[in-house]
Ligand binder design. Sequence first.
Ligand SMILES: Cc1ncc(COP(=O)(O)O)c(C=O)c1O
Length: 419
Amino acid sequence: MSPNNQPEPNPSFARSMELFERARRVIPGGIYGHANPSLVGPGNSPYYATKASGCRYWDADGNEFIDYMCGYGPIVLGYQNREVEEAAEKQRHDGDCLNHPGPVMVDLAERLVSLVDFADWCVFGKNGSDMTTWALQVARQHTQRKKILMAEGAYHGIDPWCVPGHGGIIEEDRAHIHTFKWNDPQSLLDLAQIHADDIAAIITTPYHHPAFADSELPNNDFLAAIKDVRERHGCLWILDDIRAGFRLHLGGSHCYFGFTPDLACYSKAIANGYPLAACVGSENLKISSTKVFLTGSFWNGTVAMAAALKTIEILERDDGISRMEEMGTRLRNGLSQSAERHGLSITCSGPPAIPFLTFSNESNFFRSQHFSTECIKRGAFIHPHHNWFLSTAHTEADIDQTIAIADTAFESVKTRFED
Ligand SMILES: Cc1ncc(COP(=O)(O)O)c(C=O)c1O
């Protein structure tokens, strides 16, 4: 540590730091949101990326990393997938932002409606937040009710009703948003009882993936309680599948966990990095959905839609979902065995394709932070307190190289914290 308690500047990231200094003068905070470097390893991690290919990327200093964040989810087939890039380039050649939607929008809507078992229609936006907020409005329009029930700690985007921060929010923004505890059926049933006749929707992710905590898959009693509230109180179930969609099951993550929502929102992995979001719904909500205004200057962009069609085609053709599950399982097993060898107690949570690792009984994330810094130093980019992502571009060799890197990082954790 330097005398003012800042981490010593690491020369491996000198160019990143230099850019950050320039950025701070002209961009509030330098880098905002989830990419803010204070969240990974201040001074000890890359701040700027320059290029990427497959499951690897290079930072502004020329350091190379095996990547386990995949652009925080969107990169499902690996960076710069040749077939997706060709499809996007072909479409870009003909025009992206046009006065009208392109035929590709109809093709993609048909594709999604045929893939997602309960879907009868589909609309598009750009970001996940576009869709979760719109889905809420559709639920309110359809039920003519106000209340929304959501899980404590769940992330649904940056609109005022759900943004995790408090800046710029007024009480009224959240006046009708109420929280229950994930995997606690009684907490949901009690909440539903209080708001009985005014519940428009329950919004959930397919499994719980909060930052700074282990991921939790839904238990059967909890899923049964959601169904029970939906039936008893006549509200809708909105699935926010933005983070997990197209990584766990091609038909949507509800198929992976075995339930059926009324509306589902997708984004991230749908177009392998091109900006696109979608919401699908059942026939009975079609008329209500047309009553909630939906648009954006760039929302009809054809390139992202062409990229999505190709991404889905490749995922299906190559059984990409099984591939990610297999590589994620290999990674999890390797990490568990390595930690055990070093006498460290870790928890690997989440589905294999969206894994996460914490050190057991640690609330301050110091071990996680040290572990991730040590992995980054040796060329594997993993996040200390946000779930990771696999892509179909990760090979056995990449996973084994990562496990070897992690083995050294575990040793360093052991020496620093436990010896
Ligand atoms: C579960 C979930 N919902 C919604 C969002 C918001 O998506 P976006 O950042 O594209 O607005 C995210 C983004 O991380 C997410 O993980």
